[in-house]
Design a protein around this ligand. Structure first.
Ligand SMILES: C[S@@+](CC[C@H](N)C(=O)[O-])C[C@H]1O[C@@H](n2cnc3c(N)ncnc32)[C@H](O)[C@@H]1O
Length: 270
């Protein structure tokens, strides 16, 4: 495809709903140009996850990418020898994933299906060697149910999510996001922010026994690899920066004062 028509196609697909994943295509055309600095951006996320993928090994694996969005991580897995099914509830995201596949990744073993994690269709899926659950947990209204469904599909899951970042991040807390529903991108709405300990407790209830953890209260997002069976990744030392009780207290106090000032100034309802 020549550069001009590629740019037109990309823009057309982005009209109804802006692109989320940044793909760098022919002649340097990008689907979502702009700074890739925050942990939620796909290239930064991949950089953080790459050592985990390398340790686990992707070649020959059957992978389920839940909430695959426009397929950036599905394509990465397939490029590295995995067979991938990417599922997402949002058809517009999958339209873009299939555009990338048809035009740039045709030969890769990545397929996409429009499936809701809470549906019978999801229950009917096969089991997989590995499940990816990236940027997903804070986007679903009932994380416990989603996790119970996921746990039926694989003995090994890689989570990356927007975790609780104030208060005692290493206690089992969940916080309901104060952001309003995202009308322009409904499935991009935020619900619960879970601390990594909360996620781990839920996973233990549904049979996961082994964990590798990356978390730091100074960052917005955490990573947790969970397994029902042993794997060499679980021998790696966790990378957790603990906030400590004094800083936890300060963090709570700051939030409390912000609310009180909001009520006094009339910006927050009492
Ligand atoms: C923020 S994106 C994360 C995309 C990608 N995994 C990543 O890390 O870059 C979350 C995705 O989850 C999808 N999603 C939300 N609720 C879902 C559900 N109930 N079942 C399947 N997918 C869902 C959204 O449509 C969206 O594409």
């Amino acid at each position: 495809m020549i550069k001009e028509s590629l740019i037109n196609e990309i823009n057309k697909l982005g009209e109804k709903q802006a692109w989320n994943h940044n793909f760098i295509l022919n002649d340097g055309v990008e689907t979502r140009p702009g700074k890739q600095s925050s942990h939620g951006k796909n290239h930064v996320k991949l950089k953080r996850l790459q050592p985990i993928f390398d340790q686990i090994g992707l070649s020959g694996k059957n992978v389920l990418d839940v909430g695959c969005n426009e397929g950036f991580f599905s394509f990465y897995m397939a490029e590295n020898g995995a067979t991938v099914l990417g599922i997402d509830i949002d058809e517009d995201r999958l339209l873009k994933a299939n555009f990338i596949k048809e035009n740039f990744k045709k030969e890769q073993n990545a397929e996409f299906q429009n499936i809701d994690i809470y549906s019978q269709q999801f229950k009917d899926l096969d089991r997989y060697d590995l499940c990816l659950c990236l940027g997903f947990l804070h986007r679903v209204p009932d994380p416990f149910k989603a996790l119970a469904e996921l746990g039926e599909k694989s003995d090994m899951i890689i989570f990356e999510w927007k975790a609780l970042k104030f208060g005692p991040h290493d206690d089992a807390f969940a916080y309901f996001s104060p952001k309003p529903v995202n009308e322009g991108d409904f499935f991009g709405t935020e619900y619960w922010l879970l601390s990594y300990t909360a996620l781990e407790r839920i996973l233990r209830r549904i049979g996961f026994l082994h964990f590798y953890r990356i978390d730091d209260p100074n960052q917005k997002r955490a990573i947790l690899v969970a397994g029902k069976v042993s794997n060499k990744i679980f021998n790696m030392p966790d990378q957790i920066v603990h906030r400590g009780r004094f800083r936890t207290f300060l963090s709570h106090t700051k939030r409390y004062l912000k609310t009180v000032l909001g009520v006094i100034s009339g910006k927050v309802n009492a």
